[in-house]
Design a protein around this ligand. Structure first.
Ligand code: ATP
Ligand code: MG
Length: 324
């Protein structure tokens, strides 16, 4: 816990992490910056997109570059809560029940396809994420620090999927879509695969768990101008007033917006947050917390379109560079 990092060092570290992840993942730089902002802000991130867009590759590469222990759990329809959290098992030698920790006890957990598992198992994961501990049969076990979840979900509502309820989605700091690569990027994926001559790829660590913790502590020291904080509140409250919306973003949403914008500013090499940072992270921080009126689903109104609408309506404060 002795390690101290300056804001400049955290910016440099962030660029290195992104550069390493970029050795594996072609393109997607905006999405990757957002993922890192979510982690630096201490949050969990939901990657929602179609299969085959490098979500798993990105998650594994972040774990490697950040030097975190990595576990992956495939969320299948028959997965039980104890398959995630762990359970008490009988130890013959000691004649007693001992707790066998599940895969959630790690630094970075890739929870793959969480919408394919029934609500009970989803709830076990999300509760532990939120509380940073696992409770089994009345006993609690703290999770490691840092502990981050990158979860993936498929947006196609296949038969037999269990969409996460809004209350559960709210526990993710960010929801990020990857999107398809451009044809040039896609060709680069193929080209790299051929020159590599194998499927697997890995990247080298630029830091470790203690280094990430130190970086997160440093991000916490960035002060935010009142006008920028007020802007975050105005955006979140505007989602609640929108006539297309059934339930808008909660204060947890405005908090996520502020914390992510702050981490994003540091990644950009600044020690102050500008309204543009807030705008850049707004869809990822807020869209998944908004429930659109059901009668509008057919009109392609989504949480993201609501956030874009309020970004157009709510006046942004002037940019102020805070003297430090
Ligand atoms: N942008 C990209 N950069 C590098 N490799 C990519 C990219 N997009 C896809 N690939 C390659 O495509 C394959 C699929 O990637 P990956 O398994 O990470 O996808 P995924 O999004 O996790 O898919 P699924 O939803 O099916 O789990 C991998 O071989 C990966 O290397
Ligand atoms: Mg995958």
């Amino acid at each position: 816990m002795t390690e101290e990092l300056t804001l400049g060092e955290v910016s440099g570290l962030s660029r290195q992490v992104l550069e390493r992840v970029g050795q594996a993942v072609v393109g997607k730089s905006e999405a990757l910056e957002l993922v890192l902002a979510g982690i630096l802000a201490g949050g969990h991130v939901l990657l929602e997109d179609y299969p085959g867009l490098a979500k798993t590759l990105a998650a594994r590469s972040f774990a490697q570059a950040l030097g975190l222990e990595f576990r992956r759990v495939q969320f299948t329809p028959d997965l039980l809560p104890s398959d995630v959290t762990g359970a008490f098992v009988y130890d013959q030698k000691e004649s007693e029940f001992v707790f066998r920790p599940g895969p959630i006890f790690t630094g970075l957990l890739l929870a793959d396809e969480i919408n394919r598992t029934p609500p009970k198992t989803q709830a076990a994961l999300l509760e532990s994420m939120q509380e940073h501990q696992v409770t089994v049969e009345g006993q609690t076990f703290p999770l490691p620090t840092p502990f981050h979840v990158l979860a993936t979900a498929n947006p196609v509502e296949y038969e037999g999927t269990y969409p996460l309820p809004e209350a559960q989605l709210d526990r993710f700091m960010l929801r990020i879509g990857f999107g398809y690569p451009s044809p040039a990027e896609e060709w680069e994926v193929l080209r790299r695969r051929m020159s590599r001559r194998r499927e697997d790829q890995s990247v080298d660590a630029v830091t470790d768990a203690a280094g990430l913790l130190a970086a997160q502590r440093t991000v916490e020291t960035v002060t935010v101008d009142d006008t920028v904080g007020q802007y975050c509140v105005d955006l979140a409250t505007a989602t609640r007033r929108d006539s297309q919306v059934l339930v808008g973003a909660s204060p947890r949403g405005s908090l996520a917006l502020l914390l992510t914008a702050r981490a994003y500013a540091v990644i950009q090499g600044r020690d102050y947050v500008v309204p543009e940072d807030v705008k850049t992270v707004a869809v990822a921080a807020l869209a998944h917390r908004i429930t659109v009126r059901p009668e509008l689903w057919l009109h392609e109104v989504t949480g993201a379109t609501v956030v874009r609408t309020v970004l157009g309506l709510v006046p942004a404060p002037p940019t102020v560079a805070v003297a430090r």
